[in-house]
Design a protein around this ligand. Structure first.
Ligand code: ASP
Length: 411
């Protein structure tokens, strides 16, 4: 057997990432070649993943709802999942705020001159109520064509609920949905095979483009965000995985490594969804639970994004020589939690939603320009955290569901 066949896919993904860093370092200061010739190959990989996102979300959530078998169980799993997502995200914002507040003495306010020539063109941040109203689609097909995740999830849940309530006739459609899910999963497996190449190409370009920029204060803020990401994994997911789900954290992280590396390099929770499902199911999540919990999480659960928004808000405030009051911090917790729910699981979306947080607490949105240049580096970590949180939820809800089933069977 050749060496290539002996190595597992996760090992190849890891090699792809290391090789990407090494080659990227060779192109430091001269990123044109990587941007023009290597990155496009990575873009092909991301396109292929994205191409699957709408069918994966639509069919897997609908199939997840159907396989939960009764509407009460859908409601039960849905409520638990939502509560888990909401609480962990709020904790994430608090971690981000506490860490950055503790270190803010290290950020020197920038002089007027330095801030005067900021050129970030802020897109208008959506109003909170608009975010909520837009969750509910006014067309069956539009969310699919526009790959608009929140309305797509609502469509899938309603479709699943309709199929469940339609009895015998619904069953026929249910079988088709189930068969389609199987087909989509097979397509997904084919695309996942080229992950090492995609990861290599994306990593090469990130290192070549961003290498020199990560100096001084920016390196410090990035460092703080990453400490926050790691703390959140250790404290929140560590608690959930070890004490609530009863799984060794090392086993969890080992099983999750392929998905985490994919998230780190693609910077898209949506694109990572297929790999995440595969990892969770291998770790023992119930497939019907993970096909409901993970697509939902890829869209609404963004703990990494929430930490990043808290860190960025305090950093930008310090650069403008402003100090956040306690009530402003409370507003950050609220808006960053909401903003992270409204953030699409795609590359860079968290930075756009940061505008909503800054606006709510009265900070200049142009401040985003201070960190926009290295947003990719923040995004790599926050996306990794985002999908890890979804996975910890899928493992926990699966365990609770198994327990409930066993109790029912015993009764
Ligand atoms: N890239 C992140 C994700 O896909 C979203 C963000 O930009 O914060 O999870």
């Amino acid at each position: 057997m050749s060496a290539k066949r002996k190595l597992s896919l996760p090992a190849w993904i890891f090699i792809g990432m290391l090789a990407g860093i090494a080659v990227g370092l060779c192109f430091l200061g001269n990123p044109e070649f990587t941007t023009n010739y290597i990155k496009p190959v990575g873009t092909i990989y991301i396109n292929l993943l994205k191409f699957l996102v709408v069918p994966v979300v639509l069919f897997s959530i609908t199939d997840g709802v159907i396989s939960l078998n009764d509407l009460k169980r859908v409601g039960d799993v849905g409520v638990k999942t939502f509560l888990y997502y909401l609480c962990t995200t709020a904790v994430a914002v608090v971690i981000g705020l506490a860490l950055t507040s503790a270190c803010k003495g290290l950020f020197a306010p920038l002089g007027d001159g330095a801030l005067g020539d900021l050129t970030y063109e802020a897109k208008e941040a959506p109003a909170v109520m608009d975010v909520i109203v837009n969750i509910f689609p006014d067309s069956f097909f539009k969310p699919m064509v526009e790959a608009n995740m929140l309305p797509l999830i609502v469509t899938a849940i309603l479709l699943g609920a309709g199929i469940l309530s339609a009895g015998e006739k619904g069953q026929k459609i249910g079988e088709i949905v189930n068969a389609m899910t199987e087909v989509i999963m097979k397509m997904m497996m084919m695309i996942i095979q080229i992950t090492p190449i995609g990861v290599f190409c994306l990593m090469t370009n990130v290192v070549a483009v961003n290498g020199p920029k990560i100096v001084g204060t920016l390196a410090l803020v990035i460092g703080i965000a990453y400490v926050g990401y790691i703390l959140h994994i250790c404290l929140v997911y560590g608690f959930s995985v070890r004490f609530l789900s009863g799984m060794k954290m090392t086993d969890f992280l080992k099983g999750m490594a392929p998905a985490m590396i994919t998230a780190f390099t693609t910077t898209s929770s949506n694109a990572t969804l297929p790999v995440n499902m595969e990892c969770c199911n291998k770790l023992g999540a119930e497939p019907e639970i993970s096909s409901f919990v993970l697509p939902l999480g890829a869209t609404i659960n963004m703990d990494g994004t929430a930490i990043y928004q808290a860190v960025a808000a305090i950093f930008i405030a310090s650069c403008y020589g402003m100090e956040l009051t306690l009530s402003q911090m409370g507003m950050v917790v609220l808006t960053a939690t909401l903003a992270s729910i409204g953030t699409a699981g795609v590359s860079g979306a968290g930075m756009l939603m940061l505008a909503m947080v800054l606006e709510t607490i009265g900070l200049p949105v142009e401040g985003i320009a201070l960190i926009a240049g290295v947003d990719k580096i923040f995004d790599m970590g926050r996306t990794t955290l985002n999908i890890t949180g979804d996975a910890s939820c899928a493992i926990l809800i699966s365990k609770l569901d198994r327990k409930k089933k066993a109790a029912k069977a015993g009764a």
